[in-house]
Design a protein around this ligand. Sequence first.
Ligand SMILES: Nc1nc2c(ncn2[C@@H]2O[C@H](COP(=O)(O)OP(=O)(O)OP(=O)(O)O)[C@@H](O)[C@H]2O)c(=O)[nH]1
Ligand SMILES: [Mg+2]
Length: 308
Amino acid sequence: MGSSKFAILGEDGSGKTCYLLGMYYAMSMDTANYMVVATDPVTDRFLLRRCQMLKDKSRKGNRFPPGTDCVEKFNFNLWHNDETIHSFEWMDYPGGWLDVRERRNLSGSDDYNSFKDFIMNSEMVFICIDGANLTGSSTSQKIRKVKTRCARQINPYLTELRNKLKKEKQGLPPIGMLVTKYDMCIDDTDADEIREIVEEAFEGLFGGNDTFVAIIPVSLGDTLEDDDWQGELDPINVHLPILMGINFALRKQVKKLSEEHIKDINRMNRELEAVEMIFYKGAWQDKHAIRRMWADLQRSADYKSWRY
Ligand SMILES: Nc1nc2c(ncn2[C@@H]2O[C@H](COP(=O)(O)OP(=O)(O)OP(=O)(O)O)[C@@H](O)[C@H]2O)c(=O)[nH]1
Ligand SMILES: [Mg+2]
């Protein structure tokens, strides 16, 4: 069982590191019998320490992690009732790297190559839309902010990814639009407006192709900003992107596996059809009946897996 890469794309300050911590905080405890656990105990302790800081209201604005200044990769397992369902990798990095000027400076460095590689090989891509861009009452201003601060930097990566996958005769992987810091804009926007903004800012994702796009509002807590950032850490929806990514990865694996098995079964069937006689159901069977026998076998396998 391989590990899946999930990439998160977002400008600096858009909430990537906080999402990772909020997700780990929520999912390292049981969330509907699912748990996410870092594969390495040192990483687990490191993340939990940072989660504790985030939880500590008395630190006020200092409860948040500093801006990320290098690439950090994390390996996780998703458990369900103590059994590993799937492994996944997550990458955190400075959001400034998405900026076109930075990209030019960094291009060719090992860190930037591994960052690009991760994005290009991701099974699901998450895009952060900072909820701070969705405050106020003017839809056109929100669209402009999301276009200039967010989509302008991210769209070139989506185009590159699309071109790479086109050569491999594949479409874009599923996209999860995370409206981060949703607590900041919850009173200023609604589902229809968010949809309009996303469709305007990321028009390349819509319009006729069959890319899966889901919009998921996430937040570290409804009251987080209260009393000068002394609100509760109470993450909302942070488990959904992970479960969605893993659901997709598992479906892909099942499809690949069943395609491989079908090929094997067909090859075997061709050989077995050459068998002249077989004793089945109390009699020697002719070729015609032998074919029926394989159909019976198939039905019995279907019945067993269905019962299981
Ligand atoms: N209100 C609110 N603020 C948040 C939330 N998550 C993050 N923030 C604020 O956003 C700031 C930036 O979040 P980070 O997670 O550090 O952003 P980042 O995308 O990792 O930024 P870089 O590492 O610079 O790329 C935090 O310091 C908090 O002040 C949230 O759910 N609600
Ligand atoms: Mg960060």
